[in-house]
Structure formats: structure tokens, C-alpha cells
Design a protein around this ligand. Structure first.
Ligand code: ADP
Ligand code: MG
Length: 140
């Protein structure tokens, strides 16, 4: 499998509980390298642009409010099959369905406040990385 890059976000519920290091350890233990990382606070408008694909879904407004409610850590993970591997490490969207040992099983508070975001395909990974990072900031 090829070396890939994927966008990860440690969400406000997790930064609030000081879980950045514990979550990063999960990525590194799985062989994913954190090749870019910054802590930022999104406005609701910026969160809305990032999650525009979900604009028609009933939870969109709640999701944008939540993502702007505190700091997030945006990061690029690199490794063999990084997009799928990160989704495995994250676990299912709803922590009630997430496999044991996954980030969401261990840390997520609810289906909305679920600690991490991860890109779901090569095209979205490229778009999402470019949303937060310039090429100069990506040092593999
Ligand atoms: P994932 O983050 O696992 O890729 P989705 O892309 O389907 O999941 O949804 C994006 C985000 O929207 C989720 O991570 C979660 O924060 C929120 N979300 C998804 N489904 C719901 C829901 N039923 N109620 C509230 N928030 C939700
Ligand atoms: Mg998604």
C-alpha cells in the first residue's frame, strides 16, 4: 500500500479535557507520523465551510457550533494507507459502536462530541489538508 497523508482534527471536547498527547500517542503507536500540527480556534463560519458537505444534515448547525466552541488541533498524519488506518484508530462515529481500544471508544463523549475528525478518501484528504495547511508547513 502507498504512503498517504490524511487530515486529522482533535476536536474541542478532547482539547478541553487535555487529551491531545494521549490521542497523539494512539496515532504514533499505529505507525502514523504527525508531519504537521497546529492548535487553532475556528469561527463558526470557518467550521461551516470545512463541514459544507454536511450542510443539509440535521446536525449541521450543532456541529459547527461545537467545532467553534473551543480550540482544535489540526494535523496531517502520514503513513502506509494513512487514510484508512486513521479511520481504524479513530473508531466508529458513534462511540457506542466504536471498537475497543479506538480513540472514540476510549475518549468520545457522544456521537457529536466524538473527539476526532479524519478524512475519508484521497480526494477529501487532499482538499482538507489544503484547507488548513500550505505546502511549506508539511514536512514529511
Ligand atoms: P465521521 O466524523 O466519522 O466521518 P460523519 O462524516 O458522518 O462522521 O459526520 C461528521 C461529524 O458530524 C461527526 O464526526 C460528528 O461530530 C457529527 N455527527 C455525525 N452524526 C451525528 C449525529 N447523528 N448527531 C450529532 N452529530 C453528528
Ligand atoms: Mg466524515
Amino acid at each position: 500500500m502507498a504512503i498517504e497523508r490524511t487530515l486529522s482534527i482533535i476536536k474541542p471536547d478532547a482539547t478541553k479535557r487535555n487529551l491531545t498527547g494521549k490521542i497523539n500517542a494512539k496515532f504514533e503507536d499505529a505507525g502514523l507520523r504527525i508531519i504537521a500540527q497546529k492548535r487553532i480556534q475556528l469561527t463558526k463560519d470557518q467550521a461551516g465551510k470545512f463541514y459544507a458537505v454536511h450542510a443539509a444534515r440535521p446536525f449541521y448547525d450543532e456541529l459547527c457550533e461545537f467545532m467553534a466552541s473551543g480550540p482544535v488541533v489540526v494535523q496531517v498524519l502520514e503513513g502506509e494507507g494513512a487514510i484508512g488506518k486513521n479511520r481504524e484508530v479513530m473508531g466508529a462515529t458513534n462511540p457506542a459502536d466504536a471498537a475497543a481500544g479506538t480513540i472514540r471508544a476510549e475518549f468520545a463523549e457522544s456521537v457529536g462530541e466524538n473527539s476526532v475528525h479524519g478524512s475519508d478518501a484521497p480526494e477529501t484528504a487532499a482538499e482538507e489538508i489544503a484547507f488548513y495547511f500550505s505546502d511549506l508547513e508539511l514536512v514529511g
